[in-house]
Design a protein around this ligand. Sequence first.
Ligand SMILES: [Zn+2]
Ligand SMILES: [Zn+2]
Ligand SMILES: [Zn+2]
Length: 156
Amino acid sequence: MRCEAFRAQSLKFDDGVVPLDMSDWAHHVNNCRQCSDWADAREVTKRGFDPNAFPCVHLAKFATMTCEQHTDPLECPDILIYYNARHDEYALPVRDGGPAYVPIRYCPWCGVPTPASKRGRWFDELAAIGVDDPYDKEIPACFKTDEWWKIGVTKP
Ligand SMILES: [Zn+2]
Ligand SMILES: [Zn+2]
Ligand SMILES: [Zn+2]
């Protein structure tokens, strides 16, 4: 199967048209890096996110993945890369039932560098508004998500 045929069938798949040769179709996406990235980008877009707002389409796929069974991404075995939006960290989850994760410096699939962690800046900016122990105290809502570094600090 060629890339054009794979992509045409993928688009039809959205409308419920199952590819005639399903194994050929699946084989293609598993062996063609361009089409695999193309499919990932479509998936991210369908979730309502811009794939270009992330370091690469692979990290975008996992950062925007949600699961009906696991509200906490750290508990979902399908979410291979955990994204901590408020600190802008991409990480490997430690699957011990706890909140631990190990930040990664490069995408495992394409090698693109991940952004520098904003954890230090998060503490600094909270300290600047008088919050010295953010894990124990109530913090402004914008600091609980990526809002504080993407949009800016808003008053609580
Ligand atoms: Zn292809
Ligand atoms: Zn899950
Ligand atoms: Zn990547």
